[in-house]
Design a binder for this molecule. Structure first.
Ligand code: TNX
Length: 475
């Protein structure tokens, strides 16, 4: 298919036009022509949250008889306007001004439990851009694997699929052209079994009382040990050096049974190293229990649905002390949101009830032929329909704009066998979340269904497998 012609008012805009044309390439042209020009946009909706990919994303689109004119103050604004118009057609009114409600609109992918190749990640970056997301958060290490080359520590990645520093650099470049920022995550001090396998000399804490082989052993690095501190400093410093974006994620989730003082020490160390290397540190919500400075970001995932998992854990056949350890761990999560706000921190909204895309789809909406792919992770998570996810309201938590970093969907990979499983879990849900993050509120379902049908045509044209939910008329 030949894309619509994109012309530019000055040569500096040619790279924007080229990337838009490349992204639109598999799709039939919906405009006679697009013209890109820098300029002021009168209405400038201020996006709440942390500006991550170059700030101003607002634009104006004006339709004339010969072309659709996109105007914005930045390349990013032009990219948003031109790509959206190429993919979905010009707006129905003569002039439209638009911009995002949330500045950080992300997707987290788990590359540790299942390794996604560089070409697969490129397709995901394209998909993110199409849905106006601007962050790809890569969960790069976990118990099951270490996926990023760290100069000076070759054992971490020896003999396992991983991203070389050259892969990572190239991926950031590819993403940046599409106005997507990579936020890398090294998960510490828990979730560290892969580090320990490569470096058995690292000091780790004993497993909590009652832990047994019903769940993976929760390896936590001991922040008191000088060699282990050196390891953490080295890894995070090198990662910061490789990273173009402003944020580096240090994990800090699920340090089950870890003593509070030691947990504080581990988080304090990670933050200090990342800051010293010139980046902003960011952790999962648990990290807020080690204190936060005003403006610090914490990623909130344990929403009220999950704060007492004892019934589900019992149903799984877990017993006594183990249930107590896990339940004790989740109990303080109920106060984390208030804790982040009280410290003047900023919440990156990833509530598992709606934004975790490894959650199973409600069986009633899954066509028979897709049952297996759509199974997801049944553990603790209650299944939901696409309509439920589309109804999620980021404004429902009573947070002031200064306490919001943005919105991020997350996909863990424990149950995924390949790329078709990945996209089946993402789509269509990711598109509804991305729309909510852009507009700031749930789009009415009748409207959302129409948008999803249009999205479905794009996914088909790009050869992406998606859940053909029975809630939507895909024809
Ligand atoms: C909890 S969510 C985790 C992940 C798992 C996920 C699903 C979070 C910050 N940590 O390590 O993949 O549950 O099992």
């Amino acid at each position: 298919m030949k894309a619509a012609r994109v012309t530019v008012a000055d040569p500096s805009l040619q790279p924007v036009a080229d990337v838009v044309a490349a992204l639109a390439h598999p799709h039939p042209p919906l405009t006679t022509g697009l013209h890109l020009t820098l300029g002021d946009v009168t209405r400038a909706p201020m996006a709440a949250g942390v500006p991550i990919s170059g700030g101003d994303e607002c634009f104006r689109i004006t339709t004339t008889p010969t072309a659709t004119v996109c105007q914005a103050r930045t390349h990013q604004g032009l990219f948003r306007a031109a790509l959206h118009t190429s993919l979905y057609g010009p707006p129905k009114t003569e002039t439209v001004e638009d911009g995002p409600r949330y500045a950080w609109r992300g997707l987290m992918l788990d590359t540790a439990r299942h390794f996604w190749t560089v070409p697969e990640l490129r397709r995901i970056i394209d998909l993110a851009a199409i849905h106006r997301l601007n962050v790809l958060h890569l969960h790069l290490t976990d118990n099951e694997g270490w996926r990023i080359q760290i100069p000076g520590l070759p054992r971490l990645t020896a003999g396992t699929p991983h991203y070389s520093t050259a892969d990572y650099t190239e991926l950031q470049r590819y993403a940046a052209q599409r106005h997507v920022v990579i936020v890398p995550e090294i998960d510490l001090p828990g979730h560290s079994a892969a580090a320990l396998r490569a470096h058995p000399d690292l000091a780790v804490l004993p497993a909590p009382t009652g832990w047994n082989d019903q769940l993976p052993i929760p390896v936590a690095l001991d922040p008191r040990d000088p060699g282990t501190r050196d390891f953490v400093s080295h890894v995070l410093t090198e990662l910061c050096r490789l990273t173009d974006g402003p944020y580096v994620h240090f994990g800090a989730d699920e340090a089950f049974g870890m003593d509070h003082t030691l947990y504080d020490q581990a988080v304090t160390l990670a933050r200090a190293v990342i800051r010293a290397a010139g980046k902003e540190p960011l952790g999962w919500q648990e990290s807020a229990r080690a204190g936060l400075d005003p403006g610090d970001v914490a990623q909130w995932w344990v929403d009220p649905e999950m704060t007492d998992p004892s019934t589900e854990l019992t149903a799984l056949g877990l017993t006594g002390d183990l249930i107590a350890t896990i339940t004790d761990f989740f109990a303080p999560a109920a106060d984390d949101l208030a804790r982040i706000v009280a410290a003047g921190g900023r919440v990156l909204l990833s509530p598992q009830s709606h934004l975790y895309l490894d959650r199973p789809y409600a069986p009633a909406i899954v066509p028979e032929a897709q049952r297996e792919r759509a199974a997801g992770l049944g553990f603790i998570y209650k299944p939901r329909t696409v309509r439920d996810i589309a109804g999620w309201d980021p404004g429902a938590y009573g947070l002031a704009d200064e306490n919001v970093a943005g919105v991020e969907a997350a996909l863990w990979s424990e149950t995924l066998r390949g790329f078709d499983d990945l996209t089946t879990m993402l789509l269509p849900r990711l598109a509804t979340i991305a729309r909510t993050a852009w507009t700031g509120r749930p789009v009415p379902w009748s409207e959302q269904r129409r948008h999803l049908a249009a999205d479905g045509r794009l996914w088909e044209e790009r050869g992406l497998t998606f859940l053909r939910s029975t809630e939507i008329d895909w024809t």
